[in-house]
Every structure is written in C-alpha cells, then in structure tokens.
Design a protein around this ligand. Structure first.
Ligand SMILES: [Zn+2]
Length: 416
C-alpha cells in the first residue's frame, strides 16, 4: 500500500510526502494522497532524513550498565566476555530487537552492526522493519566461536543476503589485533569478490597502535592497506589514533571512518578523533554509538551534541564541527558508503517526523536545535522502507520486546 504524509513541514514549507514500493514518489507543497493511500497527518511536525548509526553492536543492549566505570580490560574480562560467552542466538535476537526500538525511537533508520549470530541480528532487524548492515564477524584468536572463522565467511554472507532488501551483508573482521594477517588477506579477497563492505575496529586506543607498529612495522591504516583492506568499501570504526599521514592515506583509498565520541570518552581512549585533519584530507566520516555497554545509549540525536562538543573542546576551537556538519555526518551525507537516504523523490522512504516546536528546542533553527538541544524524544513518527514503524511514539510490540530482553539480560548477568 502507498503511504502519504500530509501537512508536514519540509524545508520550512508545509507539504506532503508520498511513498510507494519503499521509495519517495512525490514530495513538497501540493502533494495530495491518492485514493487508496494510507494517510498519516504530519501536522505540527517537520520531516527530516533518517539517521545512520555507522558502528555498533546492537545486542549489547543486554549488557547496558553491566560493569560501568571499570577499567577497560577488567570490564571486558570480568563482565563482557563471560556474559557474551553465555549468549544464545535467541538472546541476540531480543537484544537486537530492543536496540532497534531504541534506534527507531530516536530517528535512526539504518545501522551497521558487528556481532555474533548475524542471522539472529538480521532476523531481528527484519522483524523490526529497519535497515541494517550486519556482519559476518571474523576472529582468528584461539577459542573464537566456529561461526567467526574465515572458512565459513562466504556462507555467512550468503545467509545474510537471504534476509531480503532491508539487510545488506558485510564482513566484520574484529580488529587487526584479533584477526591474523592471513585471515585479513582472505577477508579482502572475499570482500572484493562479493563486492561487500568490510567493517573493522581501527585505532581505538594508543596501545593498539603501539602493538601494530611493534608487530608489523607500521601503523594500523598502513597495515590494512598492505593487506588489501583499505578501500572504498571499508568502514574503520573509531580511528581515534589515526595520524595525519594515515588520514591522508584513508582519504586516498576512499575508506570511511566512523567516529564514536561517547564510547571513546566513556572508555577514556585519551584523545579525540582528528576530525579537522580528516576533513581537510577529504576523509568520508560517519558517526556511531558503538554498543550500549560502552555508551550507554543508542540515541544518535543525543550523540551529536557530544560529537560537536568533543571536537570543539579537543581542538580548542568553537568553529570546529558546526551543527550543519554534525547533522550531515549523522544523515550519512559525508560518507556515501554508509547508505543515508535524502528526502528526495526516488530515494528510499526512510525518514522521521520530529516535533521542532518542542520545549527545549525553541526558537533555534531546526538543525542547530537538533544537534545542540535535541534528544531522540523529539522524534514522533518514523518511516522506513515506506512503512510506518513508529507512529506518535508508539512502536508495535514494544512491551513484549522489553520483557523478553529484560529476561535475557537478567539471566546473562545472574550466571556470572
Ligand atoms: Zn565497537
């Protein structure tokens, strides 16, 4: 069925948005619903493009608030890894469903994900009506689960592709310090052969850079380039410690960096991503929340204030990362690979209706208001693939998802 949003503000003018077959077919003043359209009034609301969460581990919602404030290694070893070791595919499903609802409620329409049990991730995304880029995770370390071995990666990609158009398969080698050089090379070959993106953690901590130099004689971006993994289909999560020469190389190869400001600050990685240098070099930049265990929120609108403020503060310059740039990063405009959708005829119908008149936003201009004063709470209605997934802040099935996720989280923590 076709969908028509009426009386909604678009670029400051009241108009309509018609969607059919998952795409925007008409928009602007004078757009009227057809005879058989599902009609949703947008009165008092403003349409904005869907946001793209460029890096995360959705099912980690189950571990939100578990071991907060511990030093990184102690947190991983005593909390996160043991709990993850107990997770079943069903846990991942409900954790991901919970994450999807949280993201929908804050205007995210598409997300990139790196977690075990990709099939359960994909199933949850499809059931939630979202779009995502789940990954076949690859880890070479001793004791890694069999499903994370490179040998099964091609099969994993095919399985992900079977979930339909909302799911874009990708490869997710965890990081240069958890995946062997031989496996990284095989990931590069497979990604080239299947033309799929690769998401990898890169230069999150200084220690990781030091270890890379000691082991491979070069910094992480140079090492990824050497193994054939730095290219236009590569997404580097974090990139905090990439230096200027690496950023120039990343730009030259056309790879994308996804910055995760809140996670980086919470885990105290000790520096801010060199955004001014990345921007000057022409690096494609996106934003992610990372997992809910290290954020602890998946609200990308709330994340934008941190993004802008961290950059200004770290570089001692309030003109760094103006609101318009932060918004462009969140909507995927600054990194085409991430797959943002503009509000335009022919584009995928992925957008939100926000209450731009909300107390706390007035009387700032829309983008300034959303970046510096907004949270996901201003999002009223969300459309993904031409379907309403939240209407007037109601997401169907939310109660069951909350209860199932709560039960799973409780069990995972009790057993520790
Ligand atoms: Zn991560």
């Amino acid at each position: 069925m076709n969908l028509c949003i009426t009386d909604v503000v678009l670029d400051g003018v009241v108009g309509g948005i018609r969607c059919a077959d998952g795409r925007i077919t008409d928009l602007g003043p004078g757009v009227q619903p057809g005879p058989d359209d599902e009609i949703v009034t947008g009165r008092g609301l403003t349409a904005v493009p869907g946001l793209v969460n460029g890096h995360g581990h959705a099912a980690m919602t189950l571990l939100r608030g578990y071991g907060d404030d511990l030093p990184l290694m102690e947190w991983l070893q005593t909390r996160i890894w043991p709990a993850e070791g107990r997770m079943t595919g069903d846990d991942i499903y409900w954790g991901t469903r919970l994450a999807c609802i949280e993201m929908i409620r804050s205007g995210t329409t598409r997300f990139w994900d790196m977690y075990w049990y990709h099939a359960d991730v994909a199933r949850a995304v499809v059931d939630a009506g979202m779009r995502a880029v789940p990954s076949q995770v690859i880890v070479s370390m001793e004791g890694a689960p069999p499903e994370a071995r490179i040998d099964g990666a091609a099969e994993g990609l095919e399985h992900l592709a079977s979930f339909g158009p909302l799911i874009s398969p990708s490869l997710g080698p965890h990081a240069v310090y958890t995946v062997s050089e031989a496996d990284l090379r095989r990931v590069a070959e497979l990604a080239a052969e299947r033309q799929v993106p690769v998401q990898i953690h890169c230069s999150e901590t200084e220690g990781e850079v030091r270890d890379c130099v000691a082991e491979h004689g070069c910094r992480p971006a140079e090492y990824l380039d050497r193994v054939g993994l730095l290219g236009p289909r590569t997404v580097l999560a974090h990139g905090v410690w990439l230096d200027e020469a690496e950023l120039a190389l990343v730009a030259e190869r056309g790879a994308t960096v996804v910055t995760n400001p809140v996670s980086n600050m919470k885990l105290a990685v000790g520096r801010a991503f060199l955004y001014p240098a990345a921007r000057a070099a022409g690096v494609a930049v996106g934003i992610g929340t990372d997992g809910a265990a290290s954020n602890n929120s998946l609200d990308l609108i709330g994340e934008l204030k941190h993004l802008a403020l961290l950059q200004k503060h770290a570089h001692g310059d309030p003109s760094v990362m103006p609101s318009g740039e932060a918004w462009a990063i969140a909507t995927g405009v600054c990194a085409p690979l991430l797959g943002g959708s503009p509000l335009a005829v022919g584009a995928p119908a992925d957008f939100s209706l926000v209450d731009a008149e909300a107390t706390g936003l007035l009387p700032a201009a829309l983008v300034d208001a959303l970046v510096y004063s907004g949270t996901g709470a201003v999002v009223q209605t969300v459309v993904i693939d031409g379907r309403i997934v939240m209407h007037d802040r109601v997401v169907e099935g939310e109660h069951e998802v909350r209860e199932r996720a709560r039960a799973a989280a409780h069990r995972l923590r009790e057993e520790s």
